[in-house]
Design a protein around this ligand. Structure first.
Ligand code: IVH
Length: 680
């Protein structure tokens, strides 16, 4: 197989596995197998840049920033929908359109789809390749956001998506030009964590998942979009040329799905509006259980030529209608503002509300994001405020109802001290957040432990929500590393800790020692070092020890690491207490560095059996980097020169080790010769 053929094969396979994972939610290989394919493609493309194509999965990481968005004209108007607010409105719609039908009482079929509250996008495919993606804009002209849309894992780069052993010829081919409409959105389960990370980073939180989707897609720098968990459902065909498409909406959805497009699973095919009304009732409950925000259902006449023949009212086609859910929004009184202490010391304002039922749930608290936000919206204590709930996301305050004020409302003051430990609160320059900078603040410890054990971090089974606080209050935990030194008898003495619970807890803790260094790094909770950054760092540096000694230039040389993150990492490791905690974690047996195996990385092992000592200042490497380089190639690095030393790697200002090596006749090499030896 030529390199070009291999690259093409890898690209198809990877695209197929992305499809299995992100569209079908049914992967057929493990993450590690996927990573190996991906890494092979990255390496081949790096060696043969001429083989890189726009539809290569490696290009999903984002492209060069744009100076501005280009305007693009849609091939047909991108329409909106008229609204209905109850099943009764739906029957009224049916009788209105009846007058325009060949027979007013004819039987119609309907397709019912969730109305996803995201951002409408228009996707163009030419000869099966994704060539352009645009926003809806004003319906006639939108903005070209192709590089951003390319980063969505669920978006097929080529259609039909075919498996590695399935030649495209066995599937139907789409028209030569196909323009598809869909809705891009931010999954709800990711929204809260994402917003919290933004707040911790001193960025403004997004108001709701819809704004987060819009903000993520309207980035001139697509590498930012690539880091957002955006996904997509497609539901309509805007234009096609050089091929046929099915005539019914229901078949179009199946056809889209068959080509490899993501289509909402929660769609229904109905033969009467009574059925539609029943589905609507079901959805009033179901809407809060799915992982995207829906603000209603879209009811479409299944027979598309018939539906299209009914024409429009303004921009709304008569053949479909949006059946909106009641707003999950209520007005209630803001009774107080509580200050919550976050794990990095952020003092976050939280609204205490007069309890109010919204969409079947009693809401007592809502987030106020930060104090700048409170001032911007001019929210005051005692105000009547509009509270909105979306899915399972923490409700938030839309704003005050200024007309209902009676003059007794009070301005909300910024906290001057930490409510948990009394330390003076500080406002870091350039950041909206207010911090408690006391590393020993007990409330911060509770949050840090919560975060450390959480699913996205060390994922410790049996370590429930309240466990951390209970163990801290009992004096069993003073820092996160203490989790690994818990005494069984001390636990059994605590209220509510029976044998079984203690065994589960200790079992979960023990198992978590096997977590990867990247997870551990995430769990340490260094500001700006979330899961994505942690993985980058470990992949580049090999482990947390190497990270601890990396300087700012070294960190910033890593793609995806900016100055803010670099400074935050350096500050974290500069703190003596943090280093002690890390040491304690190491002694407990946690994995601090990636064990490099030859098979895993395909690195040749020319240094197997050789022992090196490093001394002096090397021209381009830090000592840790040199050590990692040698170890990755099978060599060993020790601290002092002896008869067992094979080579001394010496840089400038080498001292006694150099003298000793010379006296023992140990060969002395420099950085360049080491590289050469590795290459031979
Ligand atoms: S159909 C003529 N179907 O809701 C077709 N729209 O005003 C018009 N939306 O801006 C759109 N999910 O962005 C349709 N399953 C769905 C939808 C959907 C969300 C959005 C769309 C549009 C708005 C309707």
């Amino acid at each position: 197989m030529t390199i070009e053929e291999r690259v093409t094969k890898l690209r198809d396979e990877i695209n197929y596995h992305l499809y299995r994972y992100h569209v079908l939610d049914a992967p057929v290989i493990t993450d590690a197998e996927y990573d190996a394919l991906y890494r092979e493609l990255v390496e081949l493309e790096a060696a043969h840049p001429d083989l890189i194509t726009a539809d290569s999965p490696t290009q999903r990481a984002g492209a060069e920033p744009l100076p501005e968005f280009e305007k693009v004209r849609h091939p047909a108007p991108i329409l909106s929908l008229a609204n209905a607010f109850s099943p009764a409105d739906l029957f009224a719609w049916r009788s209105r359109i009846g007058r325009l039908l060949p027979d007013p009482d004819m039987d119609l079929r309907y397709v019912v789809e969730p109305k996803i509250d995201g951002l409408s996008v228009v996707l163009t495919y030419e000869n099966g390749r994704f060539t352009q993606g645009a926003t809806r804009g004003n319906g006639e002209v939108g903005e070209n956001i192709t590089p951003n849309l390319r980063t969505l894992r669920a978006l097929p780069q080529r259609i039909p998506v075919t498996g590695p052993n399935q030649p495209p010829a066995t599937r139907h081919l789409p028209p030569a030009i196909l323009v598809v409409r869909g809705e891009a959105f931010f999954p709800l389960d990711q929204f809260e964590a994402f917003n919290n990370a933004r707040l911790e980073a001193g960025d403004e939180a997004y108001m709701n998942p819809r704004n987060a989707a819009a903000g993520s897609l309207r980035q001139l720098d697509s590498t930012i979009t690539a880091q957002r968990p955006l996904t997509l459902y497609c539901y309509d065909l805007i234009a096609w040329e050089g091929g046929d498409v099915p005539a019914s909406q229901w078949e179009r959805l199946a056809w889209l799905r068959d080509l490899g497009f993501p289509v909402a699973p929660d769609v229904a095919h109905c033969t009467s509006l009574d059925e539609v009304a029943a589905i609507y009732e079901e959805w009033l409950d179901k809407r809060n259980q799915i992982n995207y925000e829906v603000d209603g259902l879209v009811v479409k006449i299944d027979d598309r030529p018939l539906a299209d023949s009914l024409g429009f009212v303004g921009k709304d086609p008569r053949g479909a209608i949006a059946l909106k859910f009641p707003a999950q929004e209520k007005t209630t009184r803001l009774l107080a503002v509580q200050v919550n202490v976050g794990r990095t010391g952020i003092l976050a304002p939280n609204a205490v509300l007069e309890p109010v039922e919204i969409g079947g749930v009693v809401v007592r608290n809502a987030t106020l994001h930060n104090y700048d936000e409170i001032e911007r919206k001019d929210i005051r204590l005692g105000d009547m405020v509009i509270v909105k709930r979306a899915g399972d996301v923490i409700p938030y305050i839309v704003g005050p109802v200024v007309d209902l004020r009676d003059g007794s409302e009070q301005v909300i003051e910024r906290p001057l001290t930490c409510p948990a430990c009394g330390e003076t609160a500080v406002n870091l320059p350039g950041e909206v957040a207010i911090y408690c900078e006391n590393v020993a603040c007990p409330e911060q410890l509770v949050r840090r432990v919560e975060y450390f054990v959480s699913r996205g971090a060390m994922d410790i089974d049996g370590f429930g929500g309240k466990t951390g606080k209970q163990l801290i209050d009992a004096g069993l935990i003073h820092d996160i590393a203490d989790i690994y030194y818990l005494d069984r008898d001390a636990l059994l003495a605590l209220e509510g800790f029976q044998e079984k619970k203690v065994d589960n807890l200790l079992g979960g803790i023990e198992a978590s020692k096997q977590q990867s260094p990247a997870r551990l790094l995430t769990a340490l909770g260094i500001r700006f070092v979330g899961n994505v950054v942690a993985n980058l760092l470990v992949a580049e540096l090999g482990g947390i020890d190497t990270l601890a000694t990396a300087d700012q230039d070294r960190l910033e040389a890593i793609e995806g690491i900016g100055p803010q993150t670099a400074v935050s990492i350096i500050q974290w490791f500069a703190n003596e207490r943090n280093r002690q905690v890390l040491d304690k974690l190491r002694r407990a047996g946690l994995t601090i560095a990636v064990e490099k195996t030859a098979e895993a990385d395909n690195i040749p092992q020319p240094f197997t059996g050789l022992t090196f000592v490093i001394t002096g200042t090397l021209p381009t490497w830090s000592r840790d980097e040199a050590k990692a380089f040698i170890e990755a190639r099978g060599g060993k690095v020790t601290g002092s020169v002896s008869g067992n030393t094979d080579y001394l790697l010496a840089g400038e200002k080498a001292g006694s080790k150099l003298t000793k090596a010379e006296s023992l006749n140990v060969p002395v090499i420099d950085e360049d010769s080491l590289r050469q030896m590795a290459a031979e």
